[in-house]
Design a protein around this ligand. Structure first.
Ligand SMILES: [Zn+2]
Length: 265
């Protein structure tokens, strides 16, 4: 955790203000944002990253949101990421484009079918090779640039389709890499990789989102870009199972309610 030190390369859109507020010494010019610690939050557009980023906000971090357009078939989640960032009033939302179309995954390649049934213990074809490793490294580059102290990721090891880059051991080892990977961390400062949902079930994540007062209808978790969630892809199935364990009273308007109707509940 750090207090006042300017970013290595302040982003051009950052506003500057003068005065005593935020300055550590008399007569110093300082930005208002210098009184807040910064965090980079990976925002995909789904409920997990929404809840994660709002938890970062509750920790009083100034949020630099990062969304990766990696050539996913489902562009609707990027639209949701924009809505989420507006809802959370993040300091800056960056949508960065990379091309992972060469990766064989149902999420990037139309020739690979999105499965509707997944056997227990099987990793579905929606797995994208090394996706979180790539995303967190992009977040790390942003974190060092804006002098952030934390990176928030919504990875979850309970309802997670068995993806290897969502496990506690993965987060732990990635932290060790971060500790030696950048100028900032090599100089002894810390960038902490935070995964506050790691041990929560999907139902608990939804409950948390509700208790935080988040508009969950802004999110999009379905792997398809239809008008409504398909109700059949691995992501929809996880969400459907979670919803079935939650009382009807907590259903939110919009997408979630529609999905429940589609499911005939
Ligand atoms: Zn779906």
């Amino acid at each position: 955790m750090v207090g006042f030190h300017p970013p290595l390369n302040p982003l051009p859109s950052e506003g500057w203000a003068t005065g005593e507020q935020g300055a550590r010494g008399k007569g110093k010019k300082a930005r208002f944002s210098d009184i807040m610690e910064r965090a980079v939050c990976l925002i995909s557009g789904g409920i997990d990253s929404f809840v994660t980023a709002s938890l970062a906000k509750r920790e009083n971090y100034e949020i630099y949101a990062l969304t990766v357009d990696y050539g996913q078939r489902n562009k609707k989640e990027i639209l949701s990421a924009r809505k989420i960032c507006r809802f959370l009033k993040v300091k800056k939302h960056i949508i960065t484009k990379i091309d992972l179309s060469y990766v064989r995954s149902a999420l990037t390649n139309r020739r690979v079918k999105i499965p509707e049934k997944v056997k227990k213990g099987e990793i579905p074809s929606t797995y994208v090779s090394a996706r979180n490793t790539i995303f967190i490294s992009l977040a790390l580059a942003l974190a060092e640039t804006v002098d952030a102290d934390a990176i928030y990721t919504g990875v979850n090891a309970i309802d997670f389709s068995g993806y290897p880059d969502c496990r506690p051991v993965y987060v732990k080892r990635y932290q060790k890499l971060i500790d030696v990977a950048t100028k900032k961390t090599a100089e002894g400062k810390k960038i902490v990789l935070k995964a506050p949902l790691l041990h929560l079930s999907k139902a608990d994540i939804i409950r948390k989102g509700m208790s935080l007062g988040l508009d969950l209808s802004l999110t999009w978790s379905c792997y398809k870009s239809g008008k409504r969630p398909c109700g059949k892809c691995p992501s929809c199935i996880i969400k459907k199972n979670a919803l079935s364990s939650i009382s009807q009273k907590v259903y939110v308007p919009g997408q979630w309610l529609k999905m429940v109707r589609v499911q005939g509940r």
